[in-house]
Design a protein around this ligand. Structure first.
Ligand code: NDP
Ligand code: 2IT
Length: 458
């Protein structure tokens, strides 16, 4: 083969790889779409108007996808280039609302799945917010504060054109916390000279809401308390719980579980699982993950009774965290992190409830396994809606130039989670799928958006 043919072959292989990865990118989006559409079949059966108005087609295509280049200078003065996105999915119920994710796995398909889920989650809160999501393939891990700041500034240089308090209001997600939101907001103000509620999850001293950092994790636990009550199961007090993730959602779920007298014994990061059978030391975890940004392995140095299981020792097709016996499980890391293998292990070990803190953490096979076994299963779009609900409270406070106390926010958050749980349980019953909160959440969220879309015309 000539050198020229060799080069052509390499190019062909690369194009095929790109094509395949583009196709696969969308898999996670269609996984989310299929789940919602299968759930809403009873609604379609009950009222032909949804088919007549072609609601599915109109909901499954985002209003627009904004994709842009983010060029920035790293600490070595070398030029780095990332891709930025904002998927403005649906604004029928209010301004586009949803987080920004900074993670190397971010691509259009991931953000479409997250934006699609966000429409129904936001609808379930009963608050006036539409659905959107954005982010970048930028990896904040190992980057200095200055590099994160420079990236955020470059990202906002483009994003500011498309957002606004009554247009689209981004917030945090994986890799985006108060630090990143602070830098993004600083740049937005510099460019626009506006001081408004364009982002939520802001640090408290420039307009953030008390209770927003805690909201998703606390909300997940409030939802679980209500779900167990509705399903006549024993409450969480004194019960062993397993949690995955070690970020914003996981740490605050662990904190609330400890406050209630439950015993959370695990958390995970991308490198491994930490298991402390006596119950986790939340102060140490916060110090390690939120301040030092260190590995969970460090925890064992202070608590010799704890065990660290690296990813290399995970079971085939599963994850160490879900092999540990628990009364209640809380997947709070990322999508598809709880597989059928994991679901079977949890059930074998007597799990009673599973609540999704992350977005779509359970695979479709795992969900089916839980539902068949009669496990109380709290789906993400209902159970983790506390974060976006308090984001909306932040928008309200900003619009009125007011500040609510932590207790007021927490009270409203709890009321919202109870309302969502009752709605989802009630909807499942009304549509003949009692106890199936996946269908209950999808039908209730879908119906609210679909009815409003129909009322708006084409
Ligand atoms: P953080 O960035 O604060 O934490 C994410 C955690 O998950 C980290 O411990 C991270 O480990 C781990 N993780 C991320 N990706 C992977 C992976 N591919 N494999 C294993 N572990 C991984 O994010 P959040 O806590 O904010 O978000 C967690 C989940 O909750 C996401 O699904 C998010 O969409 C969802 N969510 C977040 C809300 C919020 O308000 N923040 C609201 C509702 C849902 P490591 O540190 O090693 O990367
Ligand atoms: O997935 C989510 O709900 C979030 N990342 C929070 C979105 C928000 O706007 O607060």
């Amino acid at each position: 083969m000539s050198r020229l043919d060799e080069i052509r072959n390499t190019i062909k292989t690369e194009v095929a790889r790109l094509k395949e990865s583009h196709r696969m990118e969308q898999d996670v989006f269609y996984q989310a779409v299929e789940e919602v559409l299968l759930s809403v079949a009873p609604l379609y059966l009950s009222d032909p108007k949804y088919a007549r108005h072609n609601v599915v087609r109109r909901l499954a295509v985002p209003d627009r996808i904004i994709k842009f280049k983010v060029a920035w200078l790293d600490d070595k003065n070398e030029i780095q280039v990332n891709t930025g996105y904002r998927v403005q999915f649906n604004n029928t119920l209010g301004p586009y609302k949803g987080g920004l994710r900074f993670h190397p796995t971010v691509n259009e398909g991931v953000l479409k799945f997250l934006g699609f889920e966000q429409i129904f989650k936001n609808a379930l809160t009963g608050l006036p917010i539409g659905g959107g999501k954005g982010g970048s393939d930028f990896d904040p891990k190992g980057r200095s504060d200055m590099e994160v700041m420079k990236f955020c500034s470059a990202f906002m240089t483009e994003l500011h054109k498309y957002i606004g308090p009554d247009i689209d209001v981004p917030a945090g997600d994986i890799g985006v916390g108060a630090r990143e939101i602070g830098y993004l907001y600083g740049e937005y103000k510099k460019i626009t000279s506006r001081y408004n509620g364009v982002l939520t999850g802001k640090p408290f001293f420039f307009g953030g809401s008390l209770g927003r950092p805690e909201a998703t994790g606390y909300g997940v636990v409030y939802f679980t308390q209500q779900m167990l009550d509705e399903m006549d199961k024993e409450p969480l007090e004194g019960k062993v719980c397993t949690v995955s993730g070690a970020g914003n959602v996981a740490l605050h779920a662990i904190e609330k579980l400890l406050q209630l007298g439950a015993v959370p014994v695990t958390c995970t990061d991308s490198r491994g699982t930490l298991y402390d059978p006596r119950g986790l030391d939340i102060e140490l975890l916060k110090e390690l993950k939120l301040v030092k940004r260190a590995s969970l392995e460090e925890y064992v140095k202070a608590h010799a009774e704890a065990k660290y299981i690296p990813v290399s020792e995970y079971p085939e097709g599963g994850h160490a965290v879900w092999q540990i016996p628990a009364y209640a499980a809380f997947p709070c890391a990322t999508q598809n992190e709880l597989t059928e293998v994991d679901a079977k292990a949890l059930i074998k070990n007597g799990v009673v409830s599973v609540t999704e803190g992350a977005n779509m953490p359970s695979t479709p096979e795992a969900i089916e396994t839980f539902l068949k076994a009669g496990i109380a299963f709290g789906p993400a779009k209902a159970a983790n809606a506390g974060g976006v609900a308090v984001s909306e409270f932040e928008m309200s406070q900003n619009a009125q130039l007011q500040r609510w106390s932590f207790d007021e926010v927490d009270r409203k958050l709890k009321a919202t989670m109870i309302h969502i749980c009752k709605t989802v349980v009630g909807t499942a019953k009304e549509y003949g799928v009692e106890g199936n909160l996946v269908d209950g959440a999808n039908i209730a969220g879908f119906k609210r958006v679909a009815d409003a879309m129909i009322a708006e015309g084409i």
